[in-house]
Write a protein that binds this ligand. Structure first.
Ligand code: NDP
Ligand code: ZN
Length: 350
């Protein structure tokens, strides 16, 4: 059992504060990791503030974890002490359904075990995430971080990276495709980089005039300010694929009009009902499709890290002292992060 220093929320409106707890002793297939960095995802805000309901307090958030292996269980074969590794959004699954068998553990028939706020399949305890100095995870749910990647800016690849990479790959987005990315935060800025690296022509849709120039620096070929009707109208019927990272309910109808016939609108940001209702005519008159996508499986999470090392893709990060985490949440809710906060876990020990 390892004594663990962390930050936790005690209720939906408590904010985050220091919290100590015990990590479990290593099981045979477990890897113990000393955490160096942890990204701050908008999902952390949703769970801390109970936006989706069902949050179990205390919540120790964090699922963009980078650290070094400090110990391994007796049956571990892939990792050894000192390896640079990552942990993303899940730490277990049933490991035997058709989804798990094909490396899509996030779609496990029994439900994946989330890195925080999930229920451990062996002892029934609530899982605690990466705003902490160490974590213990089964080796199947650990990935290797290529030494070529800067560890701090690799952290967001474990969620923001894989969540945007996976649907682009699944829908074979590439050369000759026009792709729109909706919202430029942690997920959105990675969506722009990946769509570009895969060869697509990329447009960022943003509410923020101030992000126009920055989106071009990220690699976007075009930018549409989504609050400007004339700019939206000018791009009607033009996209093959839209990747929607907006974290709140929003009107999909103006975006659907931007899709060509047979175009696909993939939601990654929205977990609740679509409001206001979608005009079904916009779908069937042009055979347009709306879908959703959840993170990515373990093989693909390794793939995205290797892809970034190979193509020199990094996340743009703002390093964060964990004592400033509550202010960081306020900024995140305003869309004012460039483009991912990453906690330097040394600040937990100061
Ligand atoms: P961020 O807060 O970093 O970015 C979200 C962006 O969306 C903002 O920067 C802003 O971009 C835009 N936005 C914010 N509020 C609004 C609004 N009211 N109306 C329109 N646009 C808005 O969040 P993340 O990128 O970390 O996460 C985005 C969403 O994805 C969250 O809901 C998160 O829970 C979810 N998520 C889903 C995953 C999955 O597996 N499907 C995995 C990880 C996260 P701009 O200023 O450019 O308009
Ligand atoms: Zn996340």
């Amino acid at each position: 059992m390892a004594n663990t220093r962390a930050y936790a929320a005690q209720s939906a409106d408590s904010g985050l504060a220091p919290y100590n707890f015990e990590r479990r002793a290593l099981r045979d297939d477990d890897v113990a990791i000393e955490i160096d960095y942890c990204g701050v995802c908008h999902s952390d805000v949703h769970v801390v503030e109970n936006d989706w309901g069902g949050s179990q307090y205390p919540v120790v958030p964090g699922h963009e974890i980078i650290g070094r292996v400090t110990a391994v269980g007796a049956a571990v074969t892939t990792y050894k002490t000192g390896d640079l590794v990552g942990v993303g959004c899940m730490v277990d699954s049933c490991r035997s359904c058709s989804a798990c068998d094909t490396g899509l553990e996030q779609y496990c028939d029994e439900g994946m075990t989330a890195t925080y706020g999930g229920i451990d399949r062996h002892d029934g305890s609530v899982t605690m995430g990466g705003y902490s100095d160490n974590i213990v995870v089964s080796e199947r749910f650990v990935v290797r971080v290529p030494e070529k990647l800067d560890p701090a800016s690799a952290a967001p690849l474990l969620c923001a990276g894989i969540t945007t990479y996976s649907p682009l790959k699944h829908f074979n987005v590439g050369k000759g495709h026009k792709v729109g990315v909706l919202g430029m935060g942690g997920l959105g800025h990675m969506g722009v980089k990946f769509a570009k690296a895969l060869g697509a022509e990329v447009t960022l849709f943003t509410r923020s005039e101030s992000k126009v120039a920055e989106a071009k620096k990220q690699g976007a070929d075009h930018v549409v300010v989504s609050t400007d009707r004339s700019q939206m109208k000018a791009v009607s019927n033009s996209f093959d694929f839209l990747l929607d990272t907006i974290p709140v309910a929003h009107d999909l109808n103006p975006y659907l009009k931007c899709l060509k016939h047979d175009g696909t609108h993939i939601l990654v940001g929205l977990l609740s009902a679509i409001e206001p209702p979608v005009n079904a005519g916009l779908l069937l008159l042009k055979r347009r499709v709306i879908g959703g996508s959840l993170i990515g499986g373990m093989p693909e999470t390794q793939e995205v890290l290797d892809f970034c090392a190979e193509h020199n893709i990094t996340c743009d990060v703002e390093m964060l002292d964990i004592r400033d985490i509550n202010d960081a949440y306020v900024r995140m809710k305003k869309g004012d992060v460039k483009y991912r906060f990453v906690i330097d876990m040394k600040t937990l020990k100061e």
